[in-house]
Design a protein around this ligand. Structure first.
Ligand code: ADP
Length: 191
């Protein structure tokens, strides 16, 4: 099973990614988490990524693509994977297509969580208090939402045209949303 999980910042991707990946026995690969791990370990990748993340900007495609390529080459990702937060640009879509085609597989589904804007702002402000993420300030949140609308939302149409888009209502309790994702995925045959 090869899946991607999309949605605006605060849509609950990370939470749902873990449940869905566990269910299929595949790793949940979050580019945001990998960047944050590198930042806290002070690696060269982390130093590079931090500049962009703190401003709410996307890390350059070249850097992100290479990181994802290395990660999905690892043994645990051979049976499949769920990508959370990647791809986020059209260039990343093309890169991912190439990576998957090279292994003789295909992307099974692109799940998009839809949420309303007011709810998102509330969730992000709450997360800012709980987790203290450096990029959860109001100004940076606004920039991330703007970039999502400009750079990432157009990907929804791309995957719709590929015939693999599954739109899932992301509003409501965590378990309810998880169940909706499973219901949506039941219609997708395994590759
Ligand atoms: P959120 O979805 O809440 O905005 P993430 O944890 O997914 O947060 O990502 C945090 C930050 O990491 C992003 O704002 C961006 O700077 C960087 N990042 C994550 N994934 C990508 C990606 N695919 N391309 C470029 N930058 C990324």
């Amino acid at each position: 099973m090869r899946l991607i999980l999309m949605g605006p910042p605060g849509a609950g991707k990370g939470t749902q990614a873990k449940f869905v990946a566990d269910h299929f026995g595949i790793p949940a690969i979050s580019t945001g988490d990998i960047f944050r791990a590198n930042v806290s370990q002070g690696t060269p990748l982390g130093v590079e990524a931090k500049r962009y993340m703190d401003a709410g900007e996307y890390v350059p495609d070249k850097v992100t693509n290479l990181m994802v390529r290395n990660r999905i080459d690892e043994p645990d990702a051979q049976p499949g994977f769920l990508l959370d937060g990647y791809p986020r640009t059209l260039a990343q879509v093309e890169e991912l297509d190439g990576m998957i085609a090279f292994t003789g597989h295909r992307l099974d589904a692109a799940v998009v969580l839809t949420v309303d804007d007011d709810e998102i702002v509330q969730r992000l402000l709450q997360r800012a208090q709980v987790e203290g993420r450096a990029d959860d300030t109001e100004e940076v949140i606004r920039r991330r939402q703007e970039l999502y609308a400009q750079e990432t939302e157009p990907l929804i149409d791309v995957y719709r045209k590929h015939g693999i888009l599954l739109e899932v209502d992301g509003m409501g309790d965590v378990e309810v949303v998880t169940q909706r994702i499973f219901d949506a995925l039941d219609v997708i045959p395994e590759s």
